[in-house]
Write a protein that binds this ligand. Structure first.
Ligand code: SF4
Length: 323
């Protein structure tokens, strides 16, 4: 089975991009200077319980409010990947921290165009919340998607879980039908959707995590990010962790749960991440996850040992949510 996706027994985004462009594609993280309704007081001021002060996007260069520019950030980001790429190698501009559709539409348009027009940019990945896709924002994405037909625009939605008790605990701030509506809207304008899921949320059983995967199989989504729960410094999650209200997953537990999620996942869905994504010096737990190479190697080794592959136990239930 692994021959299908190169050396990995699952449909990785690296494989997807390599097939499409013939080589590895890097992402450059961009800070669009936005905030989030879960932080600015519209829904809450505390943010999601796990979210770092940087809005879960510490890899982006700091946003310069005096001289807001995507170009400067792309210039800086390009320098970082220059040793690994050449002139012809494209990159993806990843609007990562906070909620990157949460601003006036003319501001968003200026930022997105600046990135799309930058030499070598092959597409955008826009991280946002399902409740921040207003009709004007959808119209803008539709317009740019048509105009830049040789590039792509992906939208990443932070779902994390389908379980209400967990959504309340993490202070997500929206209900499941809002997510479903967002996917429907993005499907209707042919924007590929990537969904973020957290594995290891306090109080969730492995079976509940598998239910989130099985639920997502019923949607027309392009990709998924499977993220290990990270306890980050100076978050409310850290307080609960310090008070021993929950335990983080061990590497063995995570590997096992992750493999079972991948086995249940539709083989058509591209996996964009299989571990956490935070800056090492901010991580409180689980510390074993700092060694990303080891996490990845252990995953692949264990999958091969078990003759495991993406979709091994996928059951077709049909899309219930295609427009
Ligand atoms: S929606 Fe995103 S940026 Fe906003 S608080 Fe939650 S994780 Fe942080």
């Amino acid at each position: 089975m692994s021959v299908k996706w190169g050396e990995k027994p699952y449909f990785s985004v690296d494989h997807y991009l390599k097939e499409k462009y013939g080589h590895k594609i890097y992402k450059i993280a961009i800070d669009g200077g936005m905030t989030c309704p879960n932080r600015d007081g519209v829904l809450d001021t505390r943010g999601c319980i796990f979210c770092s002060k940087g809005g879960s996007g510490e890899f982006a260069a700091p946003f310069d409010r005096e001289h807001p520019s995507v170009m400067n950030q792309l210039d800086a980001g390009k320098k970082l990947i220059d040793s690994k790429t050449d002139e012809s190698t494209g990159f993806i501009a990843y609007f990562q921290p906070y909620t990157n559709t949460y601003a006036p539409v003319d501001y968003l348009e200026r930022l997105y165009r600046e990135a799309l027009d930058y030499p070598g940019c092959i597409g955008l990945a826009i991280g946002t919340r399902p409740d921040c896709l207003s009709t004007p924002v959808i119209a803008l994405l539709d317009k740019l998607n048509d105009e830049y037909e040789d590039k792509f625009i992906w939208v990443e939605l932070g779902l994390q879980t389908i379980h209400r008790h967990s959504a309340i605990y993490i202070r997500r701030g929206y209900d499941l039908p809002v997510f479903e509506d967002a996917v429907r809207k993005l499907n209707s304008i042919s924007i590929p959707v990537i969904v973020h899921v957290i594995l290891g949320l306090p109080g969730e059983t492995p079976e509940q995590m598998y239910q989130t995967i099985e639920y997502l199989n019923t949607f027309n989504i392009f990709g998924i990010k499977l993220q290990l729960l990270h306890v980050i410094k100076d978050t409310d999650l850290e307080k609960d962790y310090d008070e021993r209200k929950f335990e983080v997953l061990s590497q063995d537990e995570y590997t096992d749960i992750l493999i079972k999620c991948i086995e249940k996942l539709s083989p058509e869905i591209v996996i964009h991440r299989v571990t956490g994504d935070g800056k090492g010096d901010m991580l409180v737990a689980p510390l074993w996850s700092k060694n990303k190479k080891n996490v990845l190697n252990t995953l692949i080794h264990t999958m091969k040992e078990r003759d495991s592959y993406q979709g091994k136990y996928y059951e077709t239930t049909g899309f219930i949510n295609v427009i």
